[in-house]
Design a binder for this molecule. Structure first.
Ligand SMILES: CC(C)(COP(=O)(O)OP(=O)(O)OC[C@H]1O[C@@H](n2cnc3c(N)ncnc32)[C@H](O)[C@@H]1OP(=O)(O)O)[C@@H](O)C(=O)NCCC(=O)NCCS
Length: 156
């Protein structure tokens, strides 16, 4: 479990846990709002398949208290940079501070790994809530793009 002590706005502890035999169905069912599907996968299931099929990504279940409320994954690029991806908070759980707590928790955990690697992520420039969230946590565009997405790195 990754627990940095962050709470959401309802006072629930937000923790990141391995996907296992007990929680994978709940993670697979995590779904964004319909209008957010242009930016992300329609279900957490898609990201679970990505991390199962790739050697790069590892999925984590996002918990608020003991409830699965989202999916996030992390990976390591060839250049040693550590990445956050597959950030998805269930539509019914958005705007409660879970996304902020999740990114803070995972970015701190990745950035503390050996060698203090740079922590990066990417987002579509039209995804204004994501852009606002990441910018407020110190992620700034590097100028590079990944397909249509801006690559951003957290200032150390
Ligand atoms: C983006 C997302 C992860 C944010 O998660 P969340 O739990 O709803 O966010 P939080 O409640 O922690 O809010 C964090 C910040 O996000 C931004 N934000 C969230 N919803 C927003 C909205 N509707 N409009 C503008 N900004 C918004 C704000 O900057 C907010 O800051 P605050 O804490 O000062 O209010 C969530 O909306 C989501 O899962 N969206 C669909 C998937 C997606 O776009 N993922 C990112 C792909 S790069």
């Amino acid at each position: 479990m990754i627990d940095s002590g962050h709470l959401d706005r309802l006072g629930r502890p937000v923790t990141l846990r391995p996907v296992d035999d007990d929680n994978w169905r709940a993670v697979a069912d995590v779904a964004p709002r319909d209008d957010q599907r242009r930016f992300v996968a329609a279900l957490g299931a898609r990201y679970l398949l990505v991390s199962t099929r790739s050697e790069v990504w590892t999925s984590l279940a996002v918990y608020a208290d003991e409830t699965v409320v989202g999916h996030v994954m992390w990976g390591v690029d060839d250049d040693g940079s550590h990445w956050i991806g597959g950030m998805l908070i269930d539509a019914a759980e958005q705007n409660r501070g879970v996304g902020r707590a999740t990114v803070r928790t995972l970015a701190a955990w990745l950035g503390a790994k050996d060698g203090k690697p740079p922590v990066r992520l990417s987002y579509h420039p039209d995804n204004l809530p994501a852009a606002a969230l990441y910018t407020s946590l110190g992620f700034h565009p590097t100028g590079a793009m990944d397909d249509e997405e801006l690559i951003a790195e957290q200032a150390s």
